[in-house]
Design a binder for this molecule. Structure first.
Ligand SMILES: [Fe+2]
Length: 163
């Protein structure tokens, strides 16, 4: 069935995306060592992201597909974010926050598309799993946006102090 194959292929894209983000977030937890509040939140989202990858994998398998380790376009793009997050720049927390905002909004769009595709393919249980993941991504996107001014202010204070 064509619809089901497409759904499996898009779920695999999401699986690659989540796995790439696990690596990005692992670096960001280290970057946030002087930002305890942010570090807790990033750690929490890292654990959620690991769960998301597992949930997506189970969806693929429930449809009779298998997950591939091959990195798709988007997974590669998120892999690039690591280059930003491992820099020694003092403004890395701001750069990480901007990259995270972009990633979360991409994920929100991806899971919205997957919910639609799962429903169209007659797979309501897959749609339900994607709905649960979508809620976590929306919550993280909101937090990132709300927390951005604090990260900018703290970074600017530190840069001024270091001069
Ligand atoms: Fe995610």
């Amino acid at each position: 069935m064509v619809g089901k194959d497409l759904l499996i292929s898009w779920l695999n894209d999401a699986y690659g995306m989540e796995n790439a983000l696990i690596q990005v977030l692992e670096h960001q937890v280290k970057d946030a060592k002087d930002y305890p509040q942010e570090q807790i939140k990033i750690q929490e989202h890292l654990e959620q992201t690991r769960q998301h990858a597992q949930m997506v994998k189970e969806c693929v398998e429930s449809l009779g597909g298998s997950t591939s380790a091959m990195k798709t376009g988007m997974a590669k793009l998120f892999g690039q974010m690591q280059a930003v997050s491992t820099g020694a720049a003092r403004d890395e927390m701001v750069k990480n926050a901007l990259a995270d905002c972009a990633a979360e909004h991409f994920e929100i769009a991806s899971y919205s598309a997957l919910i639609e595709a799962a429903q169209a393919a007659g797979e309501p249980q897959v749609a339900q799993v994607c709905q649960r993941i979508l809620r976590d991504e929306e919550e993280m996107a909101r937090w990132l946006q709300q927390n951005l001014p604090a990260v900018v202010q703290q970074t600017m204070t530190q840069v001024v102090k270091a001069r």
